[in-house]
Design a protein around this ligand. Sequence first.
Ligand code: HEC
Ligand code: HEC
Length: 410
Amino acid sequence: MLWGRPPGLRGSSRTRSSASAALAAALLLTACGSRGVRAHLAEPFPTKLSAWRLFIGDPAALKPNAGVVPYDLNTPLFSDYATKYRFVWMPPGTSATYSDTEAFDFPVGTIFSKTFAFPDADQGGRQRIIETRLLVNGRSGWVTLPYVWNREQTEATLDVAADPATVHWVHPSGTRYTIDYVIPNTNQCKGCHDRSKTVTPIGPKARNLNKDFNYPEGRFNQLAYWTKIGYLKGAPPPDRAPKLAVWDDPSSGTLDARARAYLETNCGHCHNPRGPANTTGLYLMAAQTDPMRLGLCKVPVSAGQGSGDLLFDVVQGKPEESILVHRMESTTPKVMMPELGRTMVHQEGVTLIRQWIASMQGSCVGRTSRSALVLQDPLADVNVGRRTGVLPHVISPPRTPGTIPSRAPS
Ligand code: HEC
Ligand code: HEC
């Protein structure tokens, strides 16, 4: 069996060259055999997940078929504490093109799958899979396909507008929760996977993939492994590729780096100049350098309920006065952020962002809604503040770990 282990388990330590030999054999099998992955590139898409043949054997074991490669991210999206299993497959002989900054450019026929599961409190903690989301690079662009699993865990069915699933589950701390887990509909997929109004992958960027993974053949850096098996072209050695911090691992970066990584994956896909929240002018990608774009002393575009009567998105040193925290701590529609994809508050994530804001120096005293005025054109040069003289210059690297230099008074 070529890819015969559940994701994330350490396998036998085969050598690198036998790994590529295994892949070559796997691709051959895909090409000529009838048991390989079956890519569907246009309507009608299969109503059953099994028709894609991404997994073999017991469906709930998510044992990948030939060429289906598990992967992980440095800092993932929070989804009500669900366990997630991610896989990618590309048609034999094709590869993605590397980029330092954007999601890679993937060949037509690429399939991403992401499966969401919980330890089922009704079944002694046994894993219950709720849904598998596919993102398929079809003939006319990326398609989003949500498949919902049955209680028997034998099959998942395409449901473009599924009802919420009631899940009783146990947190690692032992606390039991009952949630109405919301399975996004296909429009909501687009609400996050949207770049300039086109559906696009979010996670597979160099900085988020740049980490080691335990493959059946052994432990390798994911960028190096994808390159080795022919899934990626043009990548530098991993130590020269960008790397996102791991939000909950202090050894991976400063408090600032981890908070920024968290905001990138959980907020940045909407909060960027080409995303669904572009009109806010609040841009949360990790590469953002303008403090005002990051929310410091930034007056929100729309006041009202969402702001909780607070004045600024981020007030240095004052998490309780920061709208950012207020909206992360909410589960009320129209207030909560992200606005999609969760029903629970991510306590650990909120704690991180609180610590980050608490560590900042400076104040918003004297700030007025004038800073909101320069944001009317969301696509304006991010350094607009420089021209108007209203806002300070680009942020310099933190002088001490976890602090952001305070802003010059205006
Ligand atoms: C709240 C925003 C949000 C919604 C809603 C959402 N996604 Fe995603 N999705 C993400 C983010 C962020 C990632 C990357 C981070 C991760 O995987 O943890 C991602 C990753 C994925 C991946 C893995 C490939 C990639 O782009 O990284 C697939 C497949 C996917 N989503 C499919 C879907 C489908 C299908 C839907 C609708 C049923 C959907 N998503 C709804 C935010 C969202
Ligand atoms: C699915 C897309 C989406 C995601 C993901 C998302 N947001 Fe938003 N956000 C929006 C939209 C749209 C608005 C504007 C409407 C509003 O204020 O409700 C907004 C507004 C805001 C505002 C008010 C900003 C201003 O200056 O006007 C804050 C603060 C905010 N979001 C914080 C966050 C944080 C923090 C995260 C991640 C933890 C996040 N958002 C994730 C879509 C998103």
